[in-house]
Design a protein around this ligand. Structure first.
Ligand code: FE2
Ligand code: FE2
Length: 197
């Protein structure tokens, strides 16, 4: 039995506890989930680039507005949750590594999250405006901000997948991976619950 992403992040504790009986599966599940998040992130970045082209070509059509709303919601929630996943569960082991190169990479990745958040805060109001059908923003400024955001994200994901994740897989004990998966599932379930109130 393999631990699927849906099981790992299920708010159903029985499903998660069942997965915890298979420590090897938990490892596969955790890093598979993080890899899936990166794939989704790259799809949303492509969608963001396409959005800028579509605003330029078509203006704020209903389809363009719906796309803007979807991208806004995704980066406001899923991208931030992914950064938290890494900051709580992947980076600490790397920051504590005696290998100076590994800890320096982790410091750079933490810094990147700060820069990405700053870039996003510049982009988000324009997307919210586009979603509501108002184009008060300067499209050239938005295009430039998206290019900077996109390039930093692509470099960041490449560094994580080529160095940080493989190092973390080697450093994090399998027994810790289960607790990490539970924390990630609980955080999302709590957030969803709070959002539904
Ligand atoms: Fe990251
Ligand atoms: Fe990441």
């Amino acid at each position: 039995m393999t631990t699927q992403v849906a099981t790992l992040l299920s708010p159903d504790p029985h499903a998660v506890l069942d997965a915890s009986h298979h420590p090897g599966d938990a490892e596969v599940g955790l890093f598979t989930f993080l890899d899936h998040s990166h794939q989704e992130m790259q799809r949303m970045l492509a969608s963001l680039r396409e959005l800028v082209r579509a605003i330029d070509a078509d203006g704020l059509t209903p389809a363009v507005r719906a796309r803007a709303r979807e991208i806004l919601a995704w980066f406001n929630t899923q991208a931030r949750q992914h950064h938290l996943d890494e900051e709580r569960h992947v980076f600490p082991a790397l920051l504590a590594s005696p290998d100076a190169e590994v800890s320096a990479v982790a410091q750079r990745l933490v810094q990147d999250h700060g820069w990405l958040e700053e870039d996003w805060i510049e982009i988000a109001p324009a997307l919210a405006s586009a979603a509501d059908g108002y184009q008060w923003f300067d499209l050239d400024v938005l295009r430039h901000s998206v290019e900077v955001f996109d390039q930093l994200y692509v470099d960041h994901i490449l560094l994580e997948e080529s160095l940080a994740y493989p190092e973390a897989r080697a450093l994090i004990p399998a027994s810790d991976l289960q607790a990490m998966g539970l924390e990630m599932a609980r955080r999302r379930a709590l957030r969803e619950h709070a959002g539904n109130r």
